[in-house]
Design a protein around this ligand. Structure first.
Ligand SMILES: Nc1ncnc2c1ncn2[C@@H]1O[C@H](COP(=O)(O)OP(=O)(O)OP(=O)(O)O)[C@@H](O)[C@H]1O
Length: 385
């Protein structure tokens, strides 16, 4: 647990970068600091590893005031990842990752073995071990940066806009990788970004800071989206916060219509005759979707089926995905599948909307429990999904 207690930072020129900030950052979870440029995110992060000294207030790690700890030992207990990775250009990838273990006195062989293990963990091809940073793409360099920060297995990871310099697709991959690694390792991660989408994707808790280094809101992503503390947070979230909030609602309770789903080779005349409603979803013999058919014109030719687009997986995908699939579907119906891709039923836009309303009403009636400093944090559960 990192406890930031009433911490302020005033730089020598009088700039107040952080103003009486208090945050409890639990173990086994990802806490994201987000806010507009200059709101004090980097200053806050750097106060945790004492690259910047607070002007007032206290920071404790597991109950101990960080100012009482030798600064080198403190920093080695905290991995640090920055934008553009900050790799040593004259060292190979393997030796970059082995840096901290070597500083800790590990033998070259042991440090390199550990570095090789970490390359695998962050999804880097072992063939890259002997390359130099300039021979890697930006996304690969960021992976090296994460591996280097993890090398001595620190309980805390500080990440300052680590994925900001890469394109959105690579960025998404890096975010997924971070969640996967967190699922395995369960660190206390403090992650700085100015991108609310990134904060929502990876954060268990989000601290929204406003200019002047003051805390505007500190809550779980779904709570921030559904109940922004004030007009500043609301504006920072952007116009589509309602849609983004659907990412936290499960498709498990969606009422699926099975009456429109038939396997290929069914007796179509008989189905049409007993009032089977078009369009119907035709599946293959394994129950996987093939496409939509209008029984008044379709003659049984699989090639002539209307493409169903993409389905959503019940339980794994959110209502945001289900709604998106329904909106994009040529029939207005989203196709629900299980983990093996077999059709469970279909759901129209109205059904999705009704489920959203019901989920919101349930949520409003519930009291949401606060985050516990538990053995498995929410980001680990997120990654396990
Ligand atoms: N060494 C310094 N001396 C004086 N002012 C500083 C110093 N470092 C940062 N600041 C100021 O403190 C404020 C907070 O800066 P900080 O870098 O923490 O913000 P940030 O939220 O991380 O910004 P960005 O998103 O642009 O990186 C800014 O006004 C900045 O100009």
């Amino acid at each position: 647990m990192i406890a930031i207690e009433d911490v302020s930072k005033r730089y020598a020129d009088g700039t107040v970068a952080v103003d009486r900030l208090s945050l409890q950052i639990p173990n086994h979870s990802i806490t994201v600091l987000v806010g507009p440029s200059g709101c004090g995110k980097t200053t806050t992060l750097r106060m945790i590893n004492r690259m910047v000294e607070p002007s007032s207030g206290t920071i404790r790690v597991n109950g101990e005031d960080i100012l009482r700890q030798p600064v080198n030992a403190l920093r080695r207990s905290m991995g640090y990842v920055i934008q553009n990775a900050g790799l040593f250009q004259h060292r190979t990838i393997l030796d970059n990752i082995a840096t901290v273990p070597r500083l800790l006195g590990w033998s070259k062989q042991r440090a390199r073995a550990r570095a090789a293990e970490l390359m695998e963990r962050v999804g880097l091809d072992p063939g890259m071990a002997r390359r130099y940073p300039y021979q890697l793409s930006g996304g690969q360099q960021q992976r090296v940066g994460v591996a280097r920060a993890l090398a001595a297995d620190p309980p805390i990871l500080l990440m300052d806009e680590p994925f900001s310099a890469v394109d959105p697709v690579v960025r998404r991959g890096l975010q997924e990788e971070l969640l996967r690694i967190q699922g395995e390792l369960g660190k206390a991660i403090v992650f700085v970004t100015h991108d609310m989408d990134e904060a929502i994707t990876i954060g268990d808790r989000i601290a929204v800071l406003r200019t002047g280094g003051r805390l505007a809101q500190f809550a779980a992503p779904d709570e921030i989206l559904s109940s922004p503390a004030d007009a500043f947070v609301e504006e920072f979230l952007g116009a589509d916060r309602g849609i983004r909030g659907l990412s936290f609602l499960s498709t498990r309770d969606l009422a699926l219509d099975r009456s429109r789903v038939f396997p290929v080779g069914s007796d179509w005349k008989e189905i049409a005759g007993r009032g089977g409603q078009s369009p119907v979803l035709v599946t293959d013999a394994d129950g996987k979707p093939l496409g939509w058919a209008d029984l008044s014109v379709w003659a049984g030719d699989v090639q002539a089926l209307e493409p169903y687009g993409q389905g959503f997986e019940v339980g794994r995908d959110s209502l945001r995905v289900a709604l998106d699939r329904a909106v994009l579907s040529p029939t207005g119906q989203a196709v629900a599948v299980d983990g093996a891709g077999r059709v469970l039923g279909v759901a129209g836009q109205e059904t999705v909307a009704a489920t959203i309303r019901a989920a919101r009403q349930r949520r409003a009636a519930d009291t949401v429990p606060g985050p516990a400093d538990s053995a498995q944090g929410p980001s680990q559960a997120k990654a396990a999904r």
